[in-house]
Design a protein around this ligand. Structure first.
Ligand code: AHR
Length: 526
């Protein structure tokens, strides 16, 4: 072969290579751009988005308390009075408004006196629900209240109805909050805390239809009235009383509770978990395909229907919406991480979970008139966690970043909005491609949170805003190339929010090209 032909062969190979690389690149972003219209009425504030919608939940389960928060004062892991500094530091950035404790199912077998006094004389119990491991009770009332103080968060205690008594619950309230000279207040002082604490939220049992006692709604409604009678507000500490509510689609439970006990409660709870498969085979948190992605998001979006229908039942008995719907357990639940104790419910957390979190929080924002608290399950190392720890290491998850990006909605005013979304179709099923919510904060800035659930197509969102002339728009986006992008201890920063620039101010609002499989939060100022 002549020098010239060798040269032209090399050139052809190079050009072909470039052509194939370009087509591959194009293939990755091959999706279409689909149009979506959003209308925001800045003149119509619907309700305040209660900051407590951005709450969380910590249970004595797997690595949530022990290892997740509590390492003990003698641990080489940097801590303040036994509580890990790295975890508290990361969570403080979220402005976490409220934290529910000690369960979950654990709450109805927890006896608070086990968790006070000198740690070396606290009893060892069996954690019957979660792996039958030994509960040392090293983390009890004082440690939890210290954690809340370190986080700057309000405590929400779940009292034991299933295996406790009204007396035990009543005593716990007195121990925590009584400002005078009672025996229990003196015991609190002897244990290191003379000042009474404020405990704004109190749950009367958990899942009393299941692990909390397998009760009928009629029986529990009576029991609720009895226990709620003995939840006094001492020294100006008013207790917001929350009844143990329904799971998923059990509207009958809500109906009976509202009919028989609404006037004794301030809140009624609701639990809904997103399970991709079924309870026996829930599916992997990380190894999933496009069908699983779609199914997970389709099921997560059912939160809107569930909240709407429970609220409608509540409306019949409480049209003024005095009783809040408290979604105190929600999130994704997959098969446990391979190689871990299945009873510890440890799972990875990917971009898919970020889309579940962003969409669910948009749903709660829209229901801000009735949903006034929600607690993602759970905060550290369990289910849809914000944080994962391993020994002295800690990483934050995509879900953590969604809570960080969405914190601008806390206590902001929900603005009326309407969205015409394109479809995201998978096989013969479709869900809306985009969901969104908008609020105005105390400084007059508008925040719009947008989720594009479609893993392939870009969502062009054309937004018209009535009554607000936006002059500047900034934003953040959380996305990645892969659907299952996640952080782990080898690559702790594999996925994190980036500055979002693909947006333009228009005379009546803005346009934004929201990438496939992404969560975007925009800030609009005048
Ligand atoms: O969050 C895990 C468990 O799920 C809780 O303990 C229980 O309330 C629910 O069934």
């Amino acid at each position: 072969m002549s020098q010239k032909s060798r040269y032209s062969l090399r050139l052809t190979v190079l050009l072909l290579g470039a052509f194939f690389s370009l087509s591959l690149l194009a293939g990755r972003s091959q999706g279409a751009v689909k149009s979506n219209q959003l209308f925001i009425d800045a003149g119509h504030e619907v309700a305040t988005i209660n900051k407590n919608i951005y709450g969380s939940f910590a249970e004595h389960l797997g690595g949530c308390i022990y290892g997740g928060f509590w390492v003990g004062e003698d641990s080489p892991i940097p801590n303040t009075r036994g509580i890990r500094n790295d975890v508290v530091g990361a969570l403080k950035k979220l402005n976490l408004p409220v934290l529910r404790w000690p369960g979950g199912c654990f709450a109805d077998m927890y006896h608070w006196r086990d968790g006070i006094g000198p740690r070396d004389s606290r009893p060892q119990r069996v954690n019957r629900h979660w792996g039958q491991v030994i509960e040392s009770n090293a983390f009890g009332t004082h440690e939890f209240m210290d954690l809340c103080e370190q986080l700057g968060t309000d405590p929400y205690l779940a009292g034991n109805v299933g295996s406790g008594t009204p007396q035990e619950m009543y005593d716990w309230v007195e121990y925590l909050t009584y400002p005078g000279e009672s025996q229990l207040a003196r015991l609190r002082a002897a244990n290191g805390h003379p000042e009474p604490w404020k405990v704004p939220f109190w749950g009367v049992g958990n899942e009393t239809w299941g692990c909390g006692g397998n009760m009928t709604p009629e029986y529990y409604a009576d029991l609720y009235r009895r226990y709620a009678t003995y939840l006094p507000g001492y020294g100006g500490n008013r207790i917001f009383r929350i009844a143990s509510g329904a799971s998923d689609f059990n509207y009958h439970w809500t109906e009976v509770l509202m009919q028989k006990a609404a006037r004794y409660m301030d809140g009624l709870s609701l639990h809904y978990y997103t399970v991709t498969g079924n309870w026996s085979h829930k599916g992997s948190a990380v190894d999933f395909n496009r069908d699983d992605w779609f199914t997970t998001l389709r099921k997560a979006l059912r939160m809107d229907e569930i909240v709407t229908r429970h609220s409608t039942v509540m409306d019949q008995y409480d049209p003024e919406k005095r009783v809040a719907l408290i979604v105190d357990e929600w999130g994704t639940w997959y098969d446990a991480m391979p190689g871990t104790n299945p009873a510890f419910l440890r799972q990875q957390n990917t971009l898919r979970d970020a889309l579940v979190a962003g969409s669910t929080l948009n749903i709660f924002n829209h229901h801000a008139d009735r949903v006034r608290m929600a607690n993602i399950a759970q905060i550290v190392n369990v289910l849809q966690a914000m944080i994962l720890t391993d020994g002295d290491q800690m990483i934050v998850t995509p879900t953590y970043y969604v809570f960080d990006m969405y914190k601008v909605h806390q206590d902001a005013r929900l603005l009326a909005s309407r969205l015409h979304s394109s479809d995201y179709t998978n096989g013969d099923e479709s869900i809306p491609m985009v969901n969104a919510s908008a609020s105005r904060d105390a400084n007059g800035k508008i925040h719009v949170s947008l989720c594009n659930l479609d893993p392939v197509n870009t969502a062009e969102v054309t937004c018209a805003i009535h009554g607000f002339q936006a002059r500047k728009v900034t934003g953040q986006v959380l996305t990645a190339d892969k659907m299952n992008a996640h952080n782990d201890f080898e690559s702790p920063d594999a996925i994190q929010p980036q500055t979002f620039r693909d947006t333009k101010i228009q005379s009546d609002g803005f346009t934004a090209n929201v990438p496939p499989k992404s969560v975007v939060v925009l800030e609009l100022s005048q």
